[in-house]
Write a protein that binds this ligand. Sequence first.
Ligand code: SAM
Length: 200
Amino acid sequence: MEEIFPFAESNELSNDIEDLKNPIPFTLVNNIPMDGTNFIAPYVAVPESVAIEAIKFANLNNEDCLVDLGCGDGRILYLAHQEVSGLKSFGVELDPYLAMFASNKVKNLNCIIIEKNMFEVNLLELKATCLILYLLPLGLEKLKSNLKEWFEKENTSNFKRIVTINYKIPDCEHEFEKCVISLSNSYNLFSYQNIIGNTH
Ligand SMILES: C[S@@+](CC[C@H](N)C(=O)[O-])C[C@H]1O[C@@H](n2cnc3c(N)ncnc32)[C@H](O)[C@@H]1O
C-alpha cells in the first residue's frame, strides 16, 4: 500500500492573506508528496506553548540573530520577537504559500523571510547566532555539514547554539535537554553549543 505522509494542518492557515496573488500554489500545504522534491520535512506547526519554551531554552538576547530553517508559518520567529526586544531574525521556507504567510505575520518586526531551499542558505552571511529547528532526523543529518561549517567559522562575537525540537541531530552530543508538555503530548528540546568533533 502506498505510504501517506502526515501532511499539513492546512485548516489552520488562512487563504485571506494580503498581497497573496495565488491563494493555493504548488505547496506541501496542498498535500503534494515530498518525494522527488527538495522538501526534507512536511509542514507540522509546533504548538505555540512549546515554541515559547524553545525560545526561552535558547536563551536569546538582543544581540542575537535567530534563524528558523523551515520556518513554516513563522510562529517561532514571531513569538521570539514578542519575548526578546531588539532581536534580529530570518526564516527560511521552501513552500511559497508558507513563506508568504510567514512574511505577513512578521512584517512589522526585524525579521526577513527567505523563500529558498535551506541547503542553499549561508548561515555565516546571515550572521546567525542561534538556530531553532523543528525538522526530522533525516533532514538534520543532511544539514550536519552546513551546521558544522557554521559552528567552525568565526563570524560573530556571540556564542552560537542550536535548539532542536523533538528530534536530535543524529550522532551529535547535545549539552542540555528539556521536556515540555503541551495538551498531553510531550516534546523534547535539545540544545547544542558545538557539533565540531562531536560526531561518532
Ligand atoms: C515541521 S515544519 C516546522 C515549521 C515551523 N518551524 C514550526 O516549528 O512551526 C518543517 C518546515 O520545513 C519546511 N521545509 C522542508 N524542507 C525544506 C527545505 N529544503 N528548505 C526550506 N524549508 C523546508 C517545510 O515546508 C515545513 O514548513
